[in-house]
Design a protein around this ligand. Structure first.
Ligand SMILES: CC(C)(COP(=O)(O)OP(=O)(O)OC[C@H]1O[C@@H](n2cnc3c(N)ncnc32)[C@H](O)[C@@H]1OP(=O)(O)O)[C@@H](O)C(=O)NCCC(=O)NCCS
Length: 187
Protein backbone atom coordinates (compact mmCIF):
# COMPACT_ATOMS: atom_id res chain seq x y z
CA UNK A 1 0.00 0.00 0.00
CA UNK A 2 1.24 3.50 -0.72
CA UNK A 3 0.01 6.71 0.86
CA UNK A 4 1.70 8.94 -1.74
CA UNK A 5 0.99 11.22 -3.43
CA UNK A 6 -2.27 12.83 -2.30
CA UNK A 7 -3.79 15.46 -4.56
CA UNK A 8 -6.14 18.17 -3.31
CA UNK A 9 -7.63 21.13 -5.14
CA UNK A 10 -4.47 23.26 -4.91
CA UNK A 11 -1.85 20.95 -3.40
CA UNK A 12 0.12 17.77 -3.82
CA UNK A 13 1.26 15.96 -0.68
CA UNK A 14 4.25 13.86 -1.63
CA UNK A 15 7.28 12.12 -0.16
CA UNK A 16 10.27 14.25 0.79
CA UNK A 17 13.42 13.96 -1.32
CA UNK A 18 16.99 15.07 -0.47
CA UNK A 19 16.51 17.92 -2.97
CA UNK A 20 13.89 19.48 -0.63
CA UNK A 21 16.46 20.41 2.03
CA UNK A 22 17.04 24.07 1.07
CA UNK A 23 13.36 24.91 0.59
CA UNK A 24 12.49 23.24 3.91
CA UNK A 25 15.27 24.90 5.89
CA UNK A 26 14.20 28.28 4.45
CA UNK A 27 11.04 28.19 6.61
CA UNK A 28 11.91 25.66 9.35
CA UNK A 29 14.91 27.84 10.15
CA UNK A 30 12.76 30.87 11.02
CA UNK A 31 12.26 31.66 14.74
CA UNK A 32 8.61 32.63 14.15
CA UNK A 33 7.90 29.25 12.54
CA UNK A 34 9.60 27.25 15.31
CA UNK A 35 8.10 29.42 18.09
CA UNK A 36 5.37 26.94 19.11
CA UNK A 37 6.95 23.78 17.69
CA UNK A 38 8.73 21.20 19.85
CA UNK A 39 12.00 22.01 18.06
CA UNK A 40 14.27 25.04 17.76
CA UNK A 41 14.86 26.71 14.34
CA UNK A 42 16.51 24.13 12.09
CA UNK A 43 19.67 24.70 10.10
CA UNK A 44 20.13 23.35 6.58
CA UNK A 45 22.47 20.74 8.03
CA UNK A 46 19.82 19.62 10.56
CA UNK A 47 17.16 19.39 7.85
CA UNK A 48 19.55 17.30 5.72
CA UNK A 49 19.94 14.92 8.71
CA UNK A 50 16.18 14.65 9.20
CA UNK A 51 15.13 14.08 5.58
CA UNK A 52 16.09 10.35 5.50
CA UNK A 53 13.90 9.79 8.58
CA UNK A 54 11.02 11.64 6.92
CA UNK A 55 11.47 9.58 3.75
CA UNK A 56 11.34 6.41 5.88
CA UNK A 57 8.04 7.59 7.40
CA UNK A 58 5.92 6.13 4.62
CA UNK A 59 3.27 4.52 6.84
CA UNK A 60 4.29 0.96 6.03
CA UNK A 61 5.98 -1.67 8.14
CA UNK A 62 5.18 -2.87 11.66
CA UNK A 63 7.27 -0.19 13.37
CA UNK A 64 6.26 2.72 11.18
CA UNK A 65 6.27 6.03 13.05
CA UNK A 66 3.67 7.49 10.69
CA UNK A 67 3.41 9.26 7.35
CA UNK A 68 5.40 12.40 6.57
CA UNK A 69 4.42 14.58 3.62
CA UNK A 70 6.06 17.47 1.83
CA UNK A 71 3.36 19.92 0.71
CA UNK A 72 3.83 21.43 -2.76
CA UNK A 73 1.70 23.71 -4.91
CA UNK A 74 0.10 21.98 -7.88
CA UNK A 75 0.70 25.01 -10.08
CA UNK A 76 4.44 25.51 -9.55
CA UNK A 77 5.64 22.46 -7.59
CA UNK A 78 7.03 24.88 -4.97
CA UNK A 79 7.42 23.34 -1.52
CA UNK A 80 5.32 25.40 0.91
CA UNK A 81 5.21 23.24 4.03
CA UNK A 82 5.17 19.83 5.61
CA UNK A 83 2.52 17.80 7.40
CA UNK A 84 2.56 14.56 9.33
CA UNK A 85 0.27 11.83 10.58
CA UNK A 86 2.00 10.13 13.52
CA UNK A 87 0.95 6.61 14.53
CA UNK A 88 0.73 6.74 18.32
CA UNK A 89 -0.83 3.43 19.29
CA UNK A 90 -1.82 1.19 16.42
CA UNK A 91 -3.54 -1.35 18.70
CA UNK A 92 -5.95 1.40 19.81
CA UNK A 93 -5.75 2.98 16.32
CA UNK A 94 -4.67 6.41 17.61
CA UNK A 95 -2.97 9.01 15.45
CA UNK A 96 -1.73 12.57 15.89
CA UNK A 97 -1.36 15.25 13.22
CA UNK A 98 1.13 18.08 12.85
CA UNK A 99 1.64 20.82 10.27
CA UNK A 100 4.05 23.61 9.38
CA UNK A 101 3.63 26.14 6.56
CA UNK A 102 6.08 28.65 5.18
CA UNK A 103 5.04 32.17 6.33
CA UNK A 104 4.73 33.33 2.71
CA UNK A 105 1.89 30.84 2.27
CA UNK A 106 0.10 31.07 5.62
CA UNK A 107 -3.45 32.35 6.01
CA UNK A 108 -4.62 30.99 2.66
CA UNK A 109 -6.25 27.81 3.90
CA UNK A 110 -3.40 25.56 2.78
CA UNK A 111 -2.86 23.82 6.15
CA UNK A 112 -6.58 23.11 6.45
CA UNK A 113 -6.75 21.81 2.87
CA UNK A 114 -3.73 19.53 3.41
CA UNK A 115 -5.00 18.22 6.75
CA UNK A 116 -8.48 17.44 5.40
CA UNK A 117 -6.72 15.08 2.99
CA UNK A 118 -4.52 13.63 5.75
CA UNK A 119 -7.57 12.95 7.96
CA UNK A 120 -9.16 11.13 5.02
CA UNK A 121 -6.06 8.92 4.70
CA UNK A 122 -5.94 8.35 8.48
CA UNK A 123 -9.56 7.33 8.83
CA UNK A 124 -9.70 5.70 5.38
CA UNK A 125 -6.67 3.70 4.26
CA UNK A 126 -4.93 3.58 7.66
CA UNK A 127 -8.15 2.76 9.55
CA UNK A 128 -7.56 4.93 12.62
CA UNK A 129 -10.19 5.29 15.34
CA UNK A 130 -9.14 8.69 16.75
CA UNK A 131 -6.87 11.48 15.54
CA UNK A 132 -5.64 14.17 17.91
CA UNK A 133 -3.60 17.35 17.71
CA UNK A 134 -1.85 19.54 20.28
CA UNK A 135 -0.72 23.12 20.25
CA UNK A 136 0.05 26.08 22.47
CA UNK A 137 -3.09 28.11 23.22
CA UNK A 138 -1.33 31.24 21.91
CA UNK A 139 -0.86 29.57 18.52
CA UNK A 140 -4.19 30.79 17.14
CA UNK A 141 -3.46 29.77 13.56
CA UNK A 142 -2.87 26.20 14.71
CA UNK A 143 -5.99 25.69 16.82
CA UNK A 144 -8.08 27.47 14.19
CA UNK A 145 -6.98 24.77 11.74
CA UNK A 146 -8.07 22.09 14.23
CA UNK A 147 -11.48 23.69 14.62
CA UNK A 148 -11.93 24.08 10.85
CA UNK A 149 -11.17 20.35 10.56
CA UNK A 150 -14.09 19.62 12.89
CA UNK A 151 -11.90 18.53 15.79
CA UNK A 152 -13.19 18.97 19.35
CA UNK A 153 -11.27 20.81 22.06
CA UNK A 154 -10.67 18.08 24.66
CA UNK A 155 -8.29 19.80 27.03
CA UNK A 156 -6.76 23.12 27.90
CA UNK A 157 -3.81 22.51 30.17
CA UNK A 158 -2.62 25.57 32.03
CA UNK A 159 0.94 25.76 33.26
CA UNK A 160 1.40 21.97 33.35
CA UNK A 161 4.87 22.08 31.80
CA UNK A 162 7.71 24.45 31.04
CA UNK A 163 7.78 25.10 27.30
CA UNK A 164 10.80 26.92 25.90
CA UNK A 165 11.58 28.47 29.26
CA UNK A 166 8.08 29.56 30.32
CA UNK A 167 4.78 28.09 31.53
CA UNK A 168 2.84 26.45 28.73
CA UNK A 169 -0.82 26.65 27.81
CA UNK A 170 -1.50 23.47 25.88
CA UNK A 171 -4.65 22.67 23.91
CA UNK A 172 -5.60 19.12 22.91
CA UNK A 173 -8.06 18.57 20.09
CA UNK A 174 -9.37 15.29 18.67
CA UNK A 175 -11.86 13.76 16.28
CA UNK A 176 -13.22 10.19 16.24
CA UNK A 177 -13.75 8.21 13.08
CA UNK A 178 -17.56 8.23 13.41
CA UNK A 179 -17.57 12.01 14.03
CA UNK A 180 -15.42 12.49 10.92
CA UNK A 181 -17.67 10.21 8.82
CA UNK A 182 -20.80 12.03 10.01
CA UNK A 183 -19.26 15.37 9.03
CA UNK A 184 -18.33 14.00 5.59
CA UNK A 185 -21.93 12.88 5.10
CA UNK A 186 -23.26 16.29 6.18
CA UNK A 187 -21.00 18.05 3.67
C1 LIG B 1 -0.35 26.73 12.07
C2 LIG B 1 -0.13 26.91 10.58
C3 LIG B 1 0.37 25.59 9.98
C4 LIG B 1 -1.45 27.27 9.91
O1 LIG B 1 -1.24 27.27 8.50
P1 LIG B 1 -2.19 28.09 7.50
O2 LIG B 1 -1.98 27.55 6.12
O3 LIG B 1 -1.98 29.53 7.75
O4 LIG B 1 -3.63 27.68 8.04
P2 LIG B 1 -5.04 28.03 7.37
O5 LIG B 1 -4.90 29.18 6.45
O6 LIG B 1 -5.61 26.75 6.85
O7 LIG B 1 -5.90 28.44 8.66
C5 LIG B 1 -5.38 29.34 9.63
C6 LIG B 1 -6.53 29.99 10.37
O8 LIG B 1 -6.04 30.64 11.52
C7 LIG B 1 -6.31 32.04 11.42
N1 LIG B 1 -5.18 32.72 12.02
C8 LIG B 1 -3.88 32.56 11.72
N2 LIG B 1 -3.14 33.34 12.52
C9 LIG B 1 -3.97 33.99 13.33
C10 LIG B 1 -3.82 34.94 14.37
N3 LIG B 1 -2.61 35.35 14.75
N4 LIG B 1 -4.93 35.38 14.99
C11 LIG B 1 -6.14 34.95 14.64
N5 LIG B 1 -6.37 34.05 13.64
C12 LIG B 1 -5.28 33.59 13.01
C13 LIG B 1 -6.50 32.30 9.96
O9 LIG B 1 -7.27 33.46 9.74
C14 LIG B 1 -7.24 31.02 9.54
O10 LIG B 1 -8.59 31.01 9.98
P3 LIG B 1 -9.81 31.41 9.01
O11 LIG B 1 -9.70 30.53 7.79
O12 LIG B 1 -11.00 31.15 9.85
O13 LIG B 1 -9.59 32.86 8.67
C15 LIG B 1 0.90 28.03 10.28
O14 LIG B 1 0.50 29.19 10.93
C16 LIG B 1 2.32 27.67 10.72
O15 LIG B 1 3.04 26.98 10.00
N6 LIG B 1 2.74 28.14 11.89
C17 LIG B 1 4.11 27.88 12.36
C18 LIG B 1 4.33 26.41 12.69
C19 LIG B 1 3.34 25.92 13.74
O16 LIG B 1 3.14 26.58 14.75
N7 LIG B 1 2.75 24.74 13.49
C20 LIG B 1 1.83 24.13 14.40
C21 LIG B 1 2.53 23.61 15.58
S1 LIG B 1 1.35 22.97 16.77
Amino acid sequence: MTFFPIETKRLILRKFTPADAEATAAYQGLPEVARYCMWEPRSLERVRELIPRWIAMDGTGENSEGIQYAVVLRTSGALIGDVVLMFEDLAARQGQIGYVMSPAFQGQGYATEAMEAVLAVGFGQVGLHRISARCDARNTGSWRVMEKLGMRREAHFREHAIFKGEWDQELVYAILEDEWRAAQGAN
